[in-house]
Structure formats: C-alpha cells, structure tokens
Design a protein around this ligand. Structure first.
Ligand code: ATP
Ligand code: PAU
Ligand code: K
Length: 252
C-alpha cells in the first residue's frame, strides 16, 4: 500500500494510492499543540501494511531525519520530494531552485497537468498563501507569499495582546462588531490580494491562465472570488501521485 503525504506548517494531509493509481479522498489532521512528527508517527501506526510513502514537507531537516528513521524501522520505503531546477515537466523560476518550497513545486507539477497545455496560476491557501505563475510550457515565472487567512487574523490579535476577538462567520464589508470586522477584513483583504496579484500576473503571461485554488482555506475563500477559479483542495495529492508514478515507472 502506498501513502501520499503533505506535511504543511499547520496540518498533515494524506491520501492512499491503490495499485490501479486511484486516490482515496484526502484526509487532514491539524497538529494543534503537538509536534508535526507526532502526527506523522500516528499516521504510520494507522497503516501497518504500508509499503511506500511519497512525502512533501515544508518542515525542518530534523523532521525529515526522524521521518526517515521511523520509515526505515518499519521497512517502509520513502521518497521525499524536493524542489529542483527542472523535473516532471516544470522548470523552477527561482534563482536558487532549492529554496522554493517543495509544496509549491508539487503544486506546480499538478497545476501544469491540470491546465493541460494552458498557462496557469496556482494559489495555495494554507498557513501561508502562495501564488505561482506557470507558462504553458512548464516554465515557472515565479510567485508571491502572503500570510494566510488564519495567520493574518492571529497576528493582528496577538499584537493587540489578545484583547480583540475574531469571527469568520457570515463575513460582510459593513461589520458591526470587532470579531466580524477582523474576520471580514482579513478575508476580503486576501480576496482582493489574490484577485489583484492574478490580474497583474496574467498581464505578463502568454495567454489567459487557468486559475487553480487549493489549500485548507480554498473552499472558504472561493465563494467571494469574482473571477473563474478551479478549486482542487487535494491538488498536491495529484502532484504526488504523478511524481510517484514517474519514479516507479521503468518504461517512462
Ligand atoms: N479543520 C481545520 N483545522 C485547521 N485548519 C483548518 C481546518 N480547516 C481549514 N483550515 C484552514 O486551513 C489552513 C491550513 O491549510 P493547509 O492545511 O492547506 O495549510 P498547511 O499546508 O498546513 O500550510 P502551508 O502550506 O502554508 O505550510 C489553516 O490556516 C486554516 O485557516
Ligand atoms: C511558503 C510556504 C511556507 C508555504 O507552505 C512554503 O512553501 C515554504 O516554506 N517555502 C520556502 C520559501 C519559498 O518558497 O520561497
Ligand atoms: K501546503
């Protein structure tokens, strides 16, 4: 049995990949107060018949080393995906390709395949929001990083030493209490940022790009976006499936 795993800054996400190449529905678990490694070890324990993991993560070397050790102990083969200058049809737009988040690289691999010959913009709405532009030929033009929805609100509340409250329920532009004012301010601020960045990127691209939205907040943000967006919350799982196929296929 093969597991595809994405360890982000807030949550662990995974899907099972069967022998026919079918993905199970993506599952997610927030780390909360415990270390990401504890969540990963729980996941290993939940799949005793596991043979292989393809992992993308944005965490430390220490996390990666501990994961390697735990997999070796259980005789689970492990492929950790890194951002590289060029692979799987995508070439990095970063001056130093190794410093591009591996999750962004996997998102671009998946976006390129989903866009099927068209340029695309991949917007990953996680702890951070990343917006990456990819030409039709797989050339990554570069991208931007913003604080995500929860993080933006948390930062504001923390700076006010916890005196302010937050609500993302029924957001509106004419908020009549602090919780809604902060929740709506962060939400509509990010909506405007995403739309504005996409428009600016589109002007510099060869054709109208497919706009692809993923990440934990994608379904929350989607209803407020005016332009057309394809929402694929498990985009990275599709990228990891393709990468796994390429790595294990002897005839391709
Ligand atoms: N059940 C949930 N628990 C925690 N966060 C959730 C949940 N549902 C939605 N979210 C939102 O999803 C965000 C995290 O999304 P996601 O899992 O895509 O990020 P991540 O991969 O951990 O972060 P990053 O990619 O930036 O490292 C949170 O910041 C929160 O706003
Ligand atoms: C920006 C995040 C945190 C988004 O998950 C991640 O992709 C990351 O840690 N990237 C490294 C920095 C960069 O991509 O430029
Ligand atoms: K992510």
């Amino acid at each position: 049995m093969v597991l595809l795993v994405d360890a982000g800054n807030s949550r662990l996400k995974w899907s099972e990949l069967d022998a026919a190449g079918n993905l199970s529905a993506q599952q997610a678990c927030a780390y909360g107060e415990r270390p990401a490694l504890a969540a990963f070890l729980d996941l290993l324990d939940a799949y005793p018949a596991l043979e292989h993991i393809t992992l993308v993560h944005v965490l430390t070397h220490l996390f990666a080393e501990s994961v390697q050790e735990a997999c070796a102990q259980r005789s689970v083969s492990l492929h950790v995906v890194h951002a590289v200058p060029k692979a799987y049809g995508v070439s990095s737009g970063y001056q130093n390709p190794a410093t591009l988040g591996a999750d962004r690289f996997v998102g671009l691999v998946a976006g390129h395949r989903l866009a099927a010959g068209r340029p695309c913009i991949v917007i990953d709405c996680g702890t951070a929001i990343t917006v990456d532009a990819l030409e039709h030929d797989g050339r990554h033009l570069g991208g931007l990083i913003l604080p995500g929805l929860q993080l933006a609100a948390d930062a504001l509340i923390a700076r006010a030493q916890g005196r302010l409250s937050l609500s993302f329920e029924h957001p509106g532009i004419f908020a009549d209490n602090t919780g809604k004012a902060i929740g709506g301010g962060c939400l509509f601020g990010l909506i405007g940022a995403i739309e504005g960045i996409c428009t600016r990127m589109q002007h510099a691209m060869s054709a109208v790009p497919v706009r692809i939205l993923t990440g934990g907040d994608s379904t929350h943000l989607r209803p407020w976006l005016h332009d057309e967006f394809v929402v694929q919350p498990d985009l990275l799982m599709h990228g990891l499936r393709y990468i796994t196929g390429q790595e294990t296929c002897t005839s391709c």
